[in-house]
Design a protein around this ligand. Structure first.
Ligand SMILES: NC(=O)c1ccc[n+]([C@@H]2O[C@H](COP(=O)([O-])OP(=O)(O)OC[C@H]3O[C@@H](n4cnc5c(N)ncnc54)[C@H](O)[C@@H]3O)[C@@H](O)[C@H]2O)c1
Length: 455
């Protein structure tokens, strides 16, 4: 089995390293953060991901996975080196500083490598990055020639946070972009355990496939939120009934043997408070800025972002519309993570909501099963208080705002809210609840307003 290295051991890097070690490869992963390295070597997952602890325990114990701080050390003796460092959006364009520093870190190894290794860009990067940034940098710093002494491939990752281990082990597609068929073949072999279709293309096409995938899903979310906001403005239209109607379109939801497949894509056609996380916002923004750098129009994607930025503020308006001025009023926020089954709060819609509530003088108390005090470090969120459970959060509150679809919030009932809150108000930012079951308290949801007489 080949010796592999993974540079950057965050969500993507660590899951890639651990799962490939579990398939039998010998993997050394690197991370600049010594805490992460220490945890991995103690077989403790530094992030919350279903099943990751088990995979780490197995692979660290059997010696197939270990972590180091130095990328150069990780790469030593490797045949394939995956780069999975962060690629944030700096407000204007994609920030490739981690990618460039990872290339610089491994260049001395590449300079001495005799086995024609392949460097694989797994991070999400704008089209042409592998060809115009990674290759020239590695060639300059190692004095070796791409295509001759080493290969460079783009192999974007499509795993979903919260389901990352299962997604890695059961990929829907394997995209490999390369200029040299021998390098593509080497990367393809790493995935021989999977029967997923392999999309072998050039590097910039591989990079674009990743952006197009995330942009499509983000577009569906903003599209649905726009329909929700129009429904709200009209009054008497519940967007949940609208999306239920959309979900029955055979083209979206085929019928097999008389039963609907209800594919996961339908979850992107649901109204809510917008998308967050470490991928969609930065990837759509990076693609827009890439398009601008080419003078290519990207107006649709600009609107996708604009709708998304405004959506959490609509939740704030719903709260104010339900309880009036916020000053001094206790407001419960249920859910801080950007989606359930993760502790990740990057770009979470709960951030602008909490900021807005605190900014207008509300006393804000939150409950999230996995997110605690670390949320208070986010700018404008320092005064947030935390409760031990949802009941604790809503007790005595003027409004309860559902922001994350955590499973445990399914137990919330009208009766309990009536018992715990003096004038119960439920603001459903994800259309998580059946509004009919909250008919005796004040229920306000994205994409629904009772009909008024002027229409
Ligand atoms: N998170 C996801 O669900 C997901 C899914 C698909 C693709 N991606 C993409 O994968 C990439 C990584 O995302 P992530 O969420 O894992 O990021 P992350 O921030 O969780 O992890 C990146 C890690 O790289 C480390 N690092 C940075 N520079 C380094 C260097 N020179 N040497 C060693 N370590 C270094 C950081 O310390 C950090 O731990 C991004 O491009 C992202 O867009 C993410």
């Amino acid at each position: 089995m080949e010796r592999l290295a993974v540079i950057g051991s965050g969500y993507v890097g660590l899951v890639t390293a651990a799962c490939l070690a579990d398939k039998g490869f010998h993997v050394v992963c690197a991370d600049k953060n010594p805490e992460i390295v220490k945890k991995i070597n103690s077989a403790v997952a530094p992030i919350h991901e279903k099943g990751l602890d088990d995979v780490l325990r197995r692979t660290v114990e059997n010696g197939r996975l270990r972590a180091v701080e130095s990328p150069r050390e990780a790469a030593q003796g490797a045949e394939i080196v995956f780069i999975a460092v962060g690629t944030p959006f700096d407000g204007n364009e994609i920030d490739l500083s981690q990618m460039k520093s990872a290339c610089a870190d491994i260049a001395p190894w590449l300079a001495g490598a005799k086995n024609r290794p392949v460097v694989v860009v797994k991070s999400t990067v704008v089209p042409t990055t592998a060809e115009l940034v990674v290759v020239p940098l590695l060639e300059k710093l190692s004095a070796k020639k791409a295509g001759v002494d080493f290969g460079v491939c783009s192999n974007p990752e499509f795993l979903r946070e919260g389901n990352a281990v299962a997604d890695f082990n059961n990929p829907d597609r394997i995209v490999v972009g390369g200029l040299d068929s021998w390098a593509v073949e080497k990367v393809r072999k790493i995935y021989a355990w999977s029967d997923a279709p392999v999309v072998a293309v050039n590097p910039r096409t591989a990079e674009m496939i990743k952006y197009a995938s995330n942009s499509l899903l983000a577009t569906l979310i903003s599209f649905t939120n726009e329909i929700a906001n129009i429904s709200y403005a009209a009054g008497g239209i519940d967007v949940k009934e609208v999306t239920a109607g959309l979900h029955l379109d055979f083209r979206l939801n085929p019928s097999v043997d008389g039963r609907r497949l209800n594919p996961n894509i339908l979850t992107y056609i649901e109204a809510g408070c917008g998308f967050g996380g470490s991928c969609f916002p930065k990837d759509v923004s990076s693609l827009v800025s890439f398009a601008k750098s080419l003078d290519a129009p990207a107006g649709l994607l600009e609107k996708v972002m604009e709708i998304n930025v405004k959506q959490p503020l609509r939740v704030l308006e719903l709260v104010k519309g339900s309880i009036g001025a916020l000053a001094g009023k206790k407001t419960a926020v249920l859910g801080l993570a950007f989606k359930p089954d993760t502790s990740d709060t990057r770009e979470s819609p709960s951030i602008p909501l909490v900021r807005g509530l605190l900014g207008e003088g509300a006393e804000v108390i939150a409950y999230d099963p996995l997110v605690g005090d670390e949320f208070n470090k986010i700018e404008g969120c320092g005064a947030l208080k935390h409760a031990n459970g949802w009941r604790d959060a809503v007790r005595g509150a003027s409004a309860a705002v559902l922001m994350t679809r955590w499973d445990e919030f399914k137990e919330i009932t009208e009766e309990e809210l009536a018992r715990l809150m003096s004038k119960p108000v439920l603001v459903d930012a994800r259309r998580f609840f059946d509004k009919k079951k909250f008919a005796r308290i004040t229920y306000a949801g994205i994409g629904y307003r009772p009909a008024s007489n002027n229409r």
